[in-house]
Design a protein around this ligand. Structure first.
Ligand code: NAD
Length: 382
């Protein structure tokens, strides 16, 4: 059994919950789940036991009711879990959503205690962070992080950073817990958190789930690099109509995404080809099925100039939700192996910005074999 707690019951989390229950009921094939049912822990063993949000219209509601707003075919088995109140710290700032958070009535230290007690009741094992993209500053030093919590420094901290701190405390007190950080806030790439995790029986996977255009660009770049073609420039953008894209119209938040996506080019090519890689805009009618476009110019043999142009419409939330079906189980496996801190072999395949800090992006085809080997599975192509 893998006891999962969701942080941020939005589109991704709701598609995850819905698809998971359908697979468990035998109504859906696990397409889009990279390791499908190959792992020793089976998909039917994943159990969502808790969910948190800070949207005042979601807190206190039944999970089934929320999921139904994203997927009209939400399975009945999702009934019976009430969405609880989290910490917002300005997560929904500038969005047309009314926020409510534990820290409205207590200090951050008290909110951490409150969450840890709730998680003990829920017997949580793996936490999945899919909150709204945040504007953040990493900590890098443990002292600075602890000082910010003790000093109730609401300007310095983001919700994700406080959740990660609270999970570390919970893991220390109960023997272990894992955090899958699927959003850009640096946690697996923040040495302060990785050190804290190592000392607290905590596993961190992160940062920022690798879906959509970015891993595809990475694969195309690896293809070109393997043939020693010289890349002149890369233009890649996404336009979407879901709330995540709406949040990204905020400049500070958009910068967080840009940061995680741009590291790919130098890591894979070995040089920094001029590039523009950004989630670029919000267009409501596109909904969750975003428009992606990629254009790469390169030099081939005898100075020939080639161009690759790729366009696509990609359902944004299911792409990440499918990865979460693996990541929750890999989180439990890492706990069983006491692989505390962060696990590069997992991050390199599933994350846009694989931790720890300074770890490189590698071609996904290689990362895929690495994670299989870490999970004890037979190589697929090697
Ligand atoms: P969404 O806006 O539909 O959902 C986010 C949810 O988090 C909302 O319900 C919001 O109220 C809640 N929330 C915000 N702050 C919170 C807090 N402090 N505590 C608890 N809940 C909070 O967005 P989404 O499309 O589900 O995306 C979620 C996250 O996943 C985003 O940060 C996005 O960057 C990341 N992500 C998505 C993809 C993808 O969709 N393919 C890929 C990589 C990363």
């Amino acid at each position: 059994m893998v006891r999962v707690v969701i942080l941020g019951q939005g589109y991704v989390a709701s598609v995850f919950a819905s698809g998971l229950e359908k697979i468990k009921a035998g109504k859906l094939e696990p397409y889009g789940v990279p390791l499908g049912d190959e792992l020793p822990i089976k998909i039917r063993d994943i159990e969502i036991v808790g969910s948190y949000d800070v949207d005042a219209s979601k807190v206190g509601k039944d999970l089934h009711e929320i999921v139904k707003t994203y997927d009209p075919e939400a399975p009945e088995s999702l009934r019976g879990i009430t969405v609880r109140k989290g910490i917002h710290l300005g997560s929904l700032r500038n969005l047309p959503i009314k926020a409510t958070g534990l820290e409205d009535e207590m200090t951050l230290e008290e909110a951490v205690d409150h969450l840890v007690e709730e998680w003990k009741d829920l017997k949580a094992e793996v936490f999945v962070n899919v909150c709204t993209t945040e504007a953040f500053r990493p900590f890098e030093s443990r002292e600075e992080l602890e000082k910010a919590i003790a000093g109730d420094d609401r300007e310095r901290l983001t919700a994700t950073q406080v959740y990660a701190y609270a999970i570390a405390r919970y893991a220390r007190e109960t023997g272990g817990a894992a955090l899958v950080n699927a959003i850009p806030t640096l946690i697996a790439n923040d040495p302060a958190f990785v050190e804290l995790a190592r000392e607290s029986n905590m596993v961190i996977f992160g940062d920022d789930g690798a879906t959509g255009a970015t891993p595809l660009t990475a694969d195309v770049l690896s293809h070109l690099a393997q043939r020693n073609r010289y890349v002149l420039d890369i233009a890649q953008f996404n336009i979407g109509g879901n709330n995540d894209f709406l949040a990204l119209t905020d400049r500070e938040r958009n910068r967080s995404k840009e940061f995680t996506k741009s590291s790919v080019v130098k890591d894979l090519l070995g040089y920094d080809a001029p590039h523009y890689i950004k989630p670029t805009g919000f267009l409501e009618p596109l909904g969750d099925r975003k428009f992606i476009a990629m254009h790469i110019e390169y030099v081939s043999f005898n100075g020939a100039r080639d161009e690759v142009v790729i366009t696509g419409r990609i359902n944004d939330s299911p792409a990440l939700a499918g990865l979460l079906v693996d990541l929750t189980r890999l989180g439990k496996m890492a706990l069983e192996r006491k692989a505390f801190g962060t696990v590069y072999e997992v991050n390199a395949f599933y994350m846009k910005n694989p931790g720890p800090k300074d770890a490189r992006n590698i071609p996904r085809i290689i990362a895929h074999e690495k994670v299989r080997s870490w999970a004890g599975l037979k190589p697929r192509w090697l």
